[in-house]
Design a protein around this ligand. Structure first.
Ligand code: HAS
Length: 544
């Protein structure tokens, strides 16, 4: 069994530990803010609800995810693209990590000082301290450096293995980081060209629609930057853990490429209710949004096929006979599987959001908060949690014990119960009109708002249960760091049909990047020209 390079393990662990520290602090902020919103507690006068909401969103959605993803991708690049990281790739990884950490610390301090209560989407014309935007820029630049490290490792592997298709994990890591590089250009322009000069007072006013458009150019592919590493686990790791095979290597690669093509030119589906964008371009981007659903449907098909093939090989009968042969007591499978299962209603919610007429009903309500707690905070987060039970032991030279495995199963169940209560209530009360991004209020005892109250209390109870889930996962991470010494395999699945050749065109990066750029140019050029000609601008506001 190939063991993991221990020096590379340090880089991976630095990212993973930072991610879980962010999860813990973000979880404390989340639990408090959830209890306030549910009317269960009131905060002391010097702590603001929106301040906690900003800390929660930034730490969970931006920091926990980015650190975990980079750590995970580096582990796969090291293991599958040559067995250890090349010195330049490792250096880039460490510089990236350092720069992101400086940015994160500055950002969190500024938020906690109450100088950047602008939520994780930092919409203008709410104006934060310039240091908040500088911190964000550092995080993004740091992540770029890490991305370059992965590209470098991949290029060198390709040079040394001319004519061979790259290992599936390495290929998927490159697509994920490529998507990230292209997507972050939007937010980098927003932060550097618009927000920093404006927050320093070098310019008085800001073009709001332009800034929001640049944000969502980044904000939607951001959700696939979260999702794709979870899909790497589903496609590559899960087949090995369950003792099965990857249904099709080529299908897996094609689905990743389709994400690169279709995940970026769709940001307007977050702005369907906003003025300043013509309905034609909103329609065009909604059509492209429906295209980005296709690779997720391919993933669902592929996962069902993997389970079905395993079932048949073990003599299972009937449509769902495969359910009986899956290793339910193995947390490395159980946690990601619950993520998959929950992605069915979570994804269906996304399809509802993307339908323009229905978006008018749900936009800016708690339904949307419910949607993203099912997608990123359940499907993605549970998959990431499932990964740590083999990743930490593999990269630190330890083994998972049965007690830790059991605690992992309990943690997964706690998470699902908490999320069912919290996200279920958010979806329901959102349909009843309860807005998102608001603190507790009964709107002067308005009869509609009174009807929302029981659901908001249920949300708070769900939030408290989820906080127990955060404590349990942090406990598990610490236990895994202290697990008995030994050798744990880095589980990489094999394709079912090894004779199936992977089409070469799937690795023609110039071609795919060219199509992606063409789609972006199509979807954004005319609307951006309109916005640049738009002279409606706004001064900044500090609303807190
Ligand atoms: Fe979304 C808003 C549309 C997916 C995250 N989304 C958000 C926001 C976030 C977010 C964070 O069109 C809020 C941003 C904010 O703060 O304002 N979303 C979609 C669509 C999809 C989608 C069409 N979203 C995600 C994912 C996210 C995420 C993934 C995070 C990881 N979303 C929207 C829209 C909005 C939005 C609008 C704006 C709303 C508004 O008005 O503000 C699709 O990609 C979903 C496709 C998924 C599927 C499901 C496939 C199922 C699979 C599981 C297979 C299961 C198996 C197990 C094999 C079609 C792959 C089976 C086992 C058995 C036993 C049966």
């Amino acid at each position: 069994m190939k063991t993991f390079d221990r020096k590379d393990g340090r880089l991976v662990m630095a990212h993973i530990l930072f991610a879980f520290a962010a999860l813990l602090i973000g979880g404390i902020a989340g639990a408090l803010q959830g209890m306030v919103r549910g009317g269960v507690v009131t905060l002391p006068a010097n702590i603001g609800y929106y301040e906690l909401l900003t800390a929660h969103g930034v730490l969970m959605a931006l920091i926990f995810t980015t650190y975990f993803i980079i750590g995970f991708l580096y582990s796969g690049a090291s293991h599958t693209l040559g067995g250890s990281l090349l010195p330049a790739a490792k250096k880039l990884g460490w510089y990236g990590c350092l720069m992101m950490s400086v940015g994160t610390v500055i950002g969190v301090v500024v938020i906690l000082l109450g100088k950047a209560t602008v939520l994780y989407t930092f919409y203008a014309p709410m104006k934060a301290s310039p240091w908040f935007y500088i911190a964000l820029a550092l995080v993004v630049i740091g992540s770029w450096l890490s991305g370059y490290g992965i590209f470098y490792q991949y290029r060198k592997w390709k040079k040394g293995n001319a004519g061979k298709p790259s290992p599936l994990f390495g290929y998927m890591a490159v697509v994920t980081m490529l998507l990230w590089q292209v997507a972050t250009i939007g937010v980098a322009i927003e932060v550097v060209v618009q927000l920093i000069p404006w927050s320093f007072g070098w310019v008085d006013r800001i073009n709001v629609v332009l800034s929001r458009t640049l944000f969502w150019y980044f904000g939607h592919p951001l959700v696939y930057f979260w999702l794709l590493p979870a899909y790497i686990c589903w496609y590559v790791i899960i087949p090995k853990i369950i003792g099965g095979r990857i249904f099709s290597d080529a299908l897996a690669r094609l689905s990743f490429m389709l994400f690169l093509l279709f995940s970026i030119p769709v940001g307007f589906h977050h702005q369907l209710m906003e003025p300043g964008i013509s309905s034609f371009w909103k329609f065009a981007q909604v059509v492209l949004t429906f295209m980005v659903i296709v690779p997720s449907l391919m993933t669902a098909f592929s996962m069902f096929a993997t389970f079905e093939m395993l079932g048949r090989s073990k003599g299972a009968k009937g449509l769902f006979g495969w359910l009986k042969v899956l290793p339910w007591k193995d947390v490395r499978f159980f946690a990601p599987f619950m993520g998959m299962l929950i992605f069915i209603p979570a994804g269906a919610g996304g399809v509802i959001n993307a339908s323009a007429q229905m978006n008018a009903v749900v936009h800016n309500t708690l339904w949307v908060t419910g949607h993203f707690h099912l997608t990123v905070a359940t499907s993605v987060a549970l998959t990431f949690f499932g990964i740590i039970y083999w990743l930490i032991p593999a990269v630190t030279g330890r083994v998972l014990t049965p007690a830790m495995n059991r605690r992992g199963i309990v943690q997964t169940i706690v998470w699902c119960v908490g999320m069912f209560l919290m996200s279920g209530s958010m979806h329901t009360v959102g349909l009843m009109g309860s807005p998102r991004r608001t603190a507790y209020t009964t709107y002067n005892d308005h009869p509609d708002a009174i009807l929302w109250m029981p659901y908001e209390t249920a949300m708070a109870i769900g939030g408290i249960i989820l906080f127990v889930g955060v404590l349990l996962i942090v406990w598990n991470v610490i236990s895994l760091m202290r697990a008995p010494k030994g050798v744990t395999e880095y589980p990489i699945g094999e394709p079912a049909d090894k004779s199936e050749t992977t089409p070469r065109f799937l690795e023609r990066w110039g071609l795919w990047l060219g199509i992606a750029v063409a789609l972006i140019v199509f979807a954004y050029t005319v609307p951006l020209i309109d916005m640049l000609n738009n002279t409606v601008t706004s001064p900044g506001y500090v609303t807190w």
